[in-house]
Ligand binder design. Structure first.
Ligand code: PGA
Length: 250
């Protein structure tokens, strides 16, 4: 099953308007030379529409970092999936571990947000991953399975769903799991997805957590790794494009 590599930048809470537009322009300018991977930038919500404008015609997609489950209403400070789509987004990240930790998001909440993304016509990038304590207790694979079962609604397809495996202890720490550990996790995620949707073979599975130009080639070469969700390294166009160029398979 051919799955087009997806290299997604998660800018997190970084970027004022001028810097964000400059970064998006630099990514757009280098996208064609960076290979065949699909590129996606997920800026803070204040920048979604201006980044979308800066990327117009480049083939680089735009996404949000979170959405509310409802389409509108009395939810001060929240943003709906429909609003993201209206601002030019095609994707939205849901259930990032920083949201799960900072905002107490449960699998049930993540599932409702995934449904909201689909309702608005967005692809949802659903994040899962274990803490260091869970890994050391040997609970990684069952935990990933429980998160998938709890977070993915029925009816997932490869156009509507991307899954990002992000070990919490690898995010922003410079530490990464071994190639064998990532391969095990992704094989397991693919198998669990097989029980949840008929199209599991086509769903893209991203690895995230301290991915950089130096480690991208070995991580992206793993059979069930179909791309990356990049935090820190996505804030430098050169690093982000170098990661994209490291995906040689498709
Ligand atoms: P990092 O973040 O690349 O800075 O580790 C990845 C993420 O949180 O998506």
């Amino acid at each position: 099953m051919a799955r087009r590599t997806l290299i997604a930048g998660n800018w997190k809470m970084n970027g004022l308007i001028a810097d964000g537009i400059a970064l998006a322009r630099d990514v757009a300018a280098g996208a064609a030379a960076a290979g065949k991977a699909e590129l996606l930038l997920c800026p803070p919500v204040t920048l979604v529409s201006s980044v979308a404008a800066a990327l117009k015609g480049s083939g680089v997609a735009v996404g949000g970092q979170d959405c509310h489950a409802k389409a509108n209403g009395a939810h001060t400070g929240d943003i709906s999936a429909e609003m993201l789509a209206d601002a030019g987004a095609q994707y939205v990240i849901v259930g990032h571990s920083e949201r799960r930790t900072d905002h107490g998001e449960t699998d049930g909440v993540v599932r409702a947000k995934t449904e909201a993304a689909w309702r608005a016509g967005l692809s949802a990038i659903v994040c899962i991953g274990e803490t260091l304590a869970q890994r050391e207790a040997g609970r990684t694979l069952p935990l990933l399975e429980a998160q998938l079962r709890g977070s993915i609604p029925a009816g997932a397809t490869a156009t509507k769903l991307v899954v990002a495996y992000e070990p919490v202890w690898a995010i922003g720490t410079g530490k990464t799991p071994t190639v064998a550990e990532v391969a095990d996790a992704h094989r397991h995620i693919r198998a669990v997805l097989g029980g949840l949707t008929t199209g599991a073979d086509a769903v893209r599975l991203l690895y995230g957590g301290s991915m950089k130009p130096a480690n991208a080639p070995e991580l992206l070469a793993i059979a069930d790794v179909d791309g990356g969700l990049i935090g820190g390294a996505s804030l430098k166009a050169g690093d982000f494009l170098a990661i994209a160029a490291a995906s040689t398979t498709n």
